[in-house]
Design a protein around this ligand. Structure first.
Ligand code: ZN
Ligand code: ZN
Ligand code: ZN
Length: 283
């Protein structure tokens, strides 16, 4: 039995039975919904899946005629999707509490991967769905950007933001809070000075969740589609931007893996970036 939960702990579920496959998806919808360079999904039989708490807090957003995406309405964590026609449930691996006993097998939608993210492992890569899935992609128009500021938006497009000024730094964070909050292997956050940040539209749809026991940790997401969004930390004077939500290339790449000692059992770091067990030392 494998258990899963959202960041705030309201939504909980269990999966009885083996996971059948696991993959990394780099499509623009996964990147926006999770705010990360890719989402990692693992599939199991739908018959073995059940919510044990908080199902009523799960909100569904119809991202295309064929697909929908679900999330916890309190904290924004991505929730599993049951696919009745295939008898399967697909779970965001970042929300699983135990080792699911399976490792990622491939990368898909690398044709739309983030320009600032480099794949360094040796898994097979497919531009869209792997041929064995027998599925075709729903084309999505590129989001228009203008000027030279950094710009981003949510999946439904109702929330957009822009940031002036250069990025300060970017990290891949593997801590358990980031894994639960982003529902992914790790967060990839770009930090900007807070005073350069502004919402262009939809700020009334931005919901924040602050982890009660944490000094700073929180998330922000679109109430309508659940996409992870920037969170401005006035206390620290920074805007923490989930890089997957950006529509422009931030012109910076991750400088390190932080909290690498807490990474998921199924997550393999194969690049040559510095790794820190927790935070990097201040200099
Ligand atoms: Zn939650
Ligand atoms: Zn995807
Ligand atoms: Zn949205």
């Amino acid at each position: 039995m494998t258990h899963g939960r959202c960041l705030c702990g309201t939504v909980r579920y269990e999966v009885d039975g083996p996971f059948l496959n696991m993959l990394h998806c780099h499509c623009s919808m996964c990147r926006k919904h999770h705010g990360t360079p890719f989402a990692t999904w693992t599939a199991a039989s739908l018959a073995g899946f059940r919510y044990t708490a908080g199902e009523s807090a799960v909100v569904r957003y119809d991202s295309s005629p064929a697909f929908h995406r679900s999330f916890c309405s309190l904290c924004g964590s991505v929730a599993p999707e049951g696919i009745e026609a295939m008898g399967m449930v697909i779970c965001p691996a970042g929300n699983l509490e135990e080792d699911p006993g399976i490792a990622p097998q491939l990368h898909m939608f690398v044709g739309s991967k983030a320009p600032w993210y480099t794949i360094t492992d040796d898994l097979p890569q497919y531009p869209e769905y792997p041929p064995q899935f027998g599925m075709s992609a729903t084309p999505r128009p590129a989001v228009e950007t203008s000027g030279d500021s950094a710009q981003g938006s949510c999946l439904c497009g109702q929330v957009a933001y822009e940031i002036s000024g250069p990025p300060l730094r970017m990290y891949n964070c593997h801590c358990s809070r980031c894994r639960l909050g982003r529902s992914a292997a790790h967060a990839s956050n770009v930090f900007y000075k807070a005073d350069g940040f502004r919402w262009v539209r939809g700020s009334e749809l931005v919901q924040e969740y602050k982890l009660p026991e944490a000094q700073f940790f929180g998330t922000a997401f679109c109430r309508r589609c659940g996409s992870e969004l920037p969170r401005v930390s006035i206390e620290r004077g920074v805007a923490v931007v989930p890089a997957g939500s950006l529509d422009t290339n931030p012109g910076i790449e991750p400088a390190a893996h932080i909290f690498a000692a807490s990474k998921a059992a199924w997550d393999r770091i194969t690049d040559s970036l510095p790794q820190f067990d927790e935070m990097p030392p201040r200099n």
